[in-house]
Ligand binder design. Sequence first.
Ligand SMILES: CN1C=C[C@@](O)(C#Cc2ccnc(-n3nc(C(N)=O)c4cc(F)ccc43)c2)C1=O
Length: 348
Amino acid sequence: FSPKESLQGQDLAVQALRGSVSQEEAKHLAPFFQQVKSEACSEEEEWESGGCNEGVLLNENLKPVNYEYKEGHEYTVCSHIQNGAFGEVYCVKDNSTGFQCAAKRIPLDRFRSEEVSSWSALNSSRIVQLYGAVREDAFVTLFMELKKGGSLAQLIRESGRLPQDRALFYQEQVLEALEHLHSRRVLHRDVKADNVLLSQDGEKAFLCDFGHSEKLGLNGKSQVPPTGAGLQGTETHMAPEVVLGEGCSSQADVWSSCCMMLHMLNGCHPWTRYYTHPLCLKIANEPPPIKEIPATCNPCTADVIKMGLEKDPIKRALAAELRAKVKEALKQVGGLRSPLKGPYQEPA
Ligand SMILES: CN1C=C[C@@](O)(C#Cc2ccnc(-n3nc(C(N)=O)c4cc(F)ccc43)c2)C1=O
């Protein structure tokens, strides 16, 4: 098929899926949700079925019934996991199979199709698995694998701060995820401990939340206007080029990952002990927050943070380079030896 014909074929496939929830292959997900905001359900569909319910489920344990998949009917909310700026996260159970997973519910007017299309471009064990995306009236619900270890942010809160070996251990896995994203020209744009999930034993870390993400152009540069409403990540983790509105590249994620490193080591976000909001001017004009590197850190660990907090994105280490340095630092500190839930250590 020519690209045009395959696009026509893709459009036809998406049109065939409209107005219903079905189990499909992942390739239909992104095209379907590219249109979900522009093409509301037709009036008769809304009237007949008592509301709009359409989408694609990828996991066979999530079973639509009569082409519907709605909360309180085909699945049930078990518990509330977390509320965030862009949506609520729940633990849900499929009523046919009893299968449990997590679900992020986003108001339709805040949903960005990139949250699905970016994920669809990826294939890494370091990324949280998406199980499907369903529109229910004015909401989009994104189903994903449940991570019983919770988020890295929760672990930091419970521990006060993390020992150096454990901080390096998670940093290495996050950089592995970023290496994968960047090799596929996907920018996460909100790397932080809240968006890193852990396995129950704390041995594995997974990157999640592609709600701010974007696919970079062939020149590797951001194509999204930097000041797009609600497109901003977390201020304390923003790279200088982002706060300056210079458009950002994958290097912005590397900077954020080192802000997350300081958050793990100090138990608090960078800048917040020394400056008041708004922080963007300080991030743009002050030296990078390397003075926040704990004095007890191994020199190799300090190098990791200095390489990742270079203000010039061109001089800043790439995710792959930084990951090699983290591996070296972890070796120098004797590898991972601290327990998952060690004694509480007061934040800095
Ligand atoms: C694949 N996929 C689909 C939607 C996505 O963009 C997201 C997200 C997101 C945002 C914030 N928080 C969580 N979150 N998920 C879980 C979980 N899966 O168990 C979770 C568990 C917590 F304890 C706290 C926050 C949590 C997940 C995405 O990446």
